[in-house]
Design a binder for this molecule. Structure first.
Ligand code: FES
Length: 95
């Protein structure tokens, strides 16, 4: 079972155990961390966070909230990204 941690810079904001099949936003809620959301369907990018380490699923094909370049920088969408295993997330977008 993975540990999902939410950071802002070097500061740990909260953490929770992996809940299989649940999104990053749902994990953040369990960890008492707020990730802003709007569309909750991968289109607006409001919930964009940065993957620091570990695995978070990406939509295939990418939804309008993401593009290849920003994904390279570590961008993931909190509303639809599913973490697996130990994952560290910075709650701010990469750029
Ligand atoms: S809330 Fe719109 S992309 Fe996640």
């Amino acid at each position: 079972m993975g540990l999902i941690r939410f950071l802002r810079g070097a500061k740990l904001l909260g953490q929770t155990n992996e809940i299989p099949g649940k999104s990053l936003v749902e994990h953040a809620y369990e960890a008492n961390v707020d990730i802003p959301t709007n569309c909750t369907s991968g289109n607006c990018g409001s919930c964009m966070v940065t993957l620091l380490s570990g695995k978070v699923s990406l939509p295939d094909p990418l939804t309008p909230g993401l593009d290849d370049e920003i994904v390279e920088e570590g961008a993931r969408l909190g509303c639809i990204g599913i973490p697996t295993g130990d994952v560290d997330i910075d709650i701010l977008p990469p750029i």
